[in-house]
Design a protein around this ligand. Sequence first.
Ligand SMILES: [Zn+2]
Length: 499
Amino acid sequence: MKSYKTTVLTLALFTILSVTAYFTFNAFGFEEQNITEASQKYSQVRIFAANDNDFKRLSDAGLHIDHANSKLGHFLDAWLSEYEIDLLRKSGVGYEILVDDWMTYYNAQPKMTNAEMNDQMIQTYVKDNITHSIYGSMGGYMTYNEVVAKLDSLRMWYPQFISEKFSVGTTYENRQMWCVRVTNGPNAPTGRPEVLMHALIHAREPESMETQFYYMFWLFENYNSDPIARYILNNREIYWIPVFNADGYVHNQTTNPTGGGMWRANKHLTSPPSLTCGPVDPNRNFGTYQFWNSPNGGSSTDACSGGQGTYRGTLPFSELETQNIKAFVNSRNFKTAFSAHTYGNFLIKPWCWQDPVGTPDDAIFNIFLNDMKAINGYTAGFPSQTVGYEVRGGTDDWYYNDSGHTKIFSITPETGTSFWPAQNQIIPLAQGMLHANQYITLVAGPYVNYLSSAFNQPTYTPGSSGSFKVRFQNKGVMTANNTKIILTPANANVTIPTQ
Ligand SMILES: [Zn+2]
């Protein structure tokens, strides 16, 4: 990897109790039916698409899948509307229905009793020292209003760490896209390395938002007890938009107040208003034009593909929500980003528009993905290697490369095994993303991380000496200066010299 330095610390085992060393690390250089969605039926379908030709047939039929569990080269399982199943039938690609009716399936998912919720809160306290609840009233998930109220509560409880909410712009139905600044001393920008985090760009993916609330509570409640939480709040500046697609999310809570709504797009409706024609998938509406219009076919060009579809819009950034984010991102200096989604337990890197060609920083993305998946066990790679379909016009390509802003290392995590995981999965899934959320924040600045260590022989006799090699690497995207490394012997029988 270019300009990527690994430092090896060699120490003899003798006389003094600790050694402090200072190093400099280089940075990485680093559809018109007038039907309501409530009556729209969705089924889980296994699609036997095994090769590029099969995917081309799907694409030619106008079916652009989003979010699937897949066995690459064999099949992928996706939740499809009746309209989409009709497209699938026309494509000629083989399929079978796994679950006939989503809402029957969703309503049969186990609900938690109050006692079970209390048990999980206790476990959350024991495991991560978090006492606040991330539960809401919509099948366990927070509604849009509950999210907004929680942001206000967070500001009241932790004014030293989180700003008043501010809007980065309004939506088609005149809602605010609320954002908060999270850092120690949050009332104005601090100059610290900046991180962008957002969730619910797809309206049926509320767990993405819950994972981020869990992370914020972890930061705030552990500032005094955990050195990583303290380091992050003192040395990073997070900009967090928990509900990117507010209109779509409110649509789901209106049609399905106990959860399970399957609307995914925004609410840009054509005139006369139709729930089928006009809605755009914000995560297919990003530029550049080259990315948005990639020949990979990773979005729909059918303006009547419906609220569950992947319609890309008329032009890159044709939508209010993406225009708002574009202006906001271009006004800041973000180094890393998480565009959080559900589902599949994937970590996805760019490029998406020319998948599977990597960016010039593919080696760095691989380090990030490998470190994250080592903890949460997710599958990592390009869209074709994870979700199993092509994507164009998504957030990550534009965040990574556009003349309007500096390079942002942006990754898409896909959490869980369905759009609306059972209530008892909300917290465990959020816990599974805690490390990755910490990690994407840490690597936005200098982040010198342990790589490996080795003694020069397996055992030592009393009085003997030897060497101990410890390897560190700056995995962050900024240069690390004056890094302090302290080695402390585990007991009095070992001494360490000063060098
Ligand atoms: Zn999504």
